[in-house]
Design a protein around this ligand. Structure first.
Ligand code: NAD
Length: 464
């Protein structure tokens, strides 16, 4: 493989503070067309004693709160002591999963007031992230705040300010960025494996009611088992409505649509892999075409982003496409395309295909010349030493794959969080990183709802 693009010498080390990619590659399989290499990682051990547990509380014990807590509890020396939620059924479920000793409450302030809690996971709907995250840091807690860090980008600056003022840790929860696949992609990019970046192609196709956020509503949900007024929080007052409570993503008052739900993960990965602060322009189109269930966010969208040239990457364009309606198959993709190849980046794998711009014409344009002229043209190209496609690069595909027992990006993200708490080490997705990812994603909403392109200052994190 061609070696390092020299001007990238400034780049950060391609490893996490507390976990590093192993250096000696193990080839799993190889053929002339494809080789597979095992990805693996060594972890810095988390030093702790029996009475030195990190005690955590969960605020928002819904779907992601459960996935988060499950991942967090896999890290050594972590104990869950309290859970807060606004629906009694979720507090019952928390006890079912983690034991009857848990302290449970509907009031997150009661959880924050507990001195035995070191850190909290904030996994509420988006419109509550900023207030709870700030209150938690002010109460002396380390915070793992789910993505998108904020519902509106202007809210993010106060999180960053509070983080600086309190000195407390705030990790934002786009866990994929901490994964082996993302880390390997960063390393490959920095080595120049795809040359200069030209384009990012991201898509997510979800052809089911659940994929389109039509989550089930439990039969015991009623005004007594749910605190609907607290759920509304700073959002406009509304009469009690179960759909809003359980399918909050579908409403701009509480969620951020596909931008905050899905784009933000892609921006976290992209900004991490290419060490970027983000795009400077967005243009979104789309519509609400099928899921007319009361929602006010689109179910199909295409958003285009411009990334300006920086020290770490060339100017390029990114296309994000979401389809919640129909097609065959479904699934997602994240393909980074450069002048010398492309990478499909996942959490558990990276697939690299190397190629180069073909400069020598094929049969298509030669057909209109006489045989003698064709021969002359071929000789001229050969004399100039121009390459046809892939002639100077390895052909075939290289796949780096995580082992079957890999604990996953979610574990790695929490490992980094707890390591930072114990050793006061670096957080890989702090408030500033989180706002750059969320801000870029939320530009899609600004553009879509205002029906115009939006310019963004990625350094200062504000709309121009
Ligand atoms: N990182 C990821 O891959 C990922 C995946 C899914 C969701 N998320 C994020 O996680 C968050 C939660 O999403 P979800 O799918 O779990 O939603 P959910 O509706 O399943 O869970 C949210 C829970 O928060 C509770 N809640 C609401 N307001 C509260 C408040 N003020 N105090 C305490 N509890 C409150 C609700 O009762 C509900 O149980 C969202 O911000 C979402 O974007 C992240």
């Amino acid at each position: 493989m061609k070696k390092k693009v020299s001007r990238r010498s400034f780049l950060r080390k391609a490893t996490l503070g507390s976990a590093a990619l192993t250096t000696a590659p193990i080839i799993i399989s190889a053929s002339p067309y494809e080789q597979k290499i095992l990805l693996d990682r060594t972890y810095e051990p988390l030093a702790f004693s029996a009475n030195d547990q990190i005690q955590i509380g969960l605020i928002g014990s819904g779907i992601q709160g459960i996935y988060d807590t499950t991942a967090a509890l896999k890290v050594n020396g972590v104990k869950l002591v309290a859970v807060c939620d606004l629906y009694d059924g979720r507090l019952d479920r928390a006890k079912e999963l983690w034991g009857n000793d848990l302290f449970t409450t509907r009031d997150y302030r009661a959880l924050l007031a507990r001195k035995d809690i070191d850190a909290v996971i904030v996994a509420t709907p988006d419109h509550w992230h900023q207030k709870i995250t700030i209150d938690a840091m002010k109460a002396g807690k380390a915070v793992y705040c789910e993505k998108p860090m904020v519902k509106n980008f202007v809210e993010g600056h106060d999180i960053i300010k509070t983080q600086k003022e309190t000195g407390n840790i705030c990790q934002v929860g786009s866990q994929g960025m901490a994964s082996l696949g993302n880390e390997k992609a960063k390393q490959l990019y920095e080595e120049g494996a795809i040359g200069e970046i030209v384009m990012l192609d991201m898509y997510n196709d979800r052809y089911s009611a659940e994929g389109a956020w039509q989550y089930p509503i439990p039969p015991d949900a009623n005004p007594n088992t749910i605190d609907f007024d607290t759920f509304l929080g700073s959002a406009p007052k509304q009469p009690y409505e179960l759909k809003r409570f359980f399918r909050w993503r579908n409403y701009q008052d509480y969620g951020t649509g596909v931008a905050g739900d899905l784009f933000v993960h892609a921006f976290s990965t992209l900004n991490h892999v290419i060490s970027s602060q983000g795009p400077n322009r967005a243009l979104a189109t789309g519509g609400l075409r099928y899921w007319n269930d009361g929602r006010d966010v689109p179910d199909v969208t295409i958003t285009l982003y411009d990334y300006p040239k920086t020290d770490t990457h060339a100017a390029f364009n990114a296309a994000f496409r979401i389809n919640f309606i129909a097609g065959s198959g479904g699934g997602g993709g994240f393909r980074l395309i450069g002048t010398e190849g492309e990478m499909e980046i996942g959490q558990n794998s990276v697939t690299l295909k190397r190629s180069k711009l073909g400069m020598v014409p094929g049969g298509y344009s030669m057909i209109a010349y006489t045989e003698a002229t064709q021969q002359k043209i071929k000789e001229d190209y050969a004399a100039k030493n121009l390459e046809s496609r892939a002639s100077s690069l390895e052909t075939g595909t290289t796949i780096w794959e995580a082992p079957g027992n890999y604990k996953g990006g979610h574990y790695d993200h929490f490992h980094n969080f707890f390591q930072a708490i114990r050793a006061k080490g670096n957080i890989i997705q702090d408030g500033t990183f989180g706002l750059r990812a969320a801000g870029a994603a939320l530009l899609a909403n600004e553009s879509y709802f205002n029906k115009r392109p939006v310019n963004w200052d990625p350094k200062e994190m504000k709309i121009i």
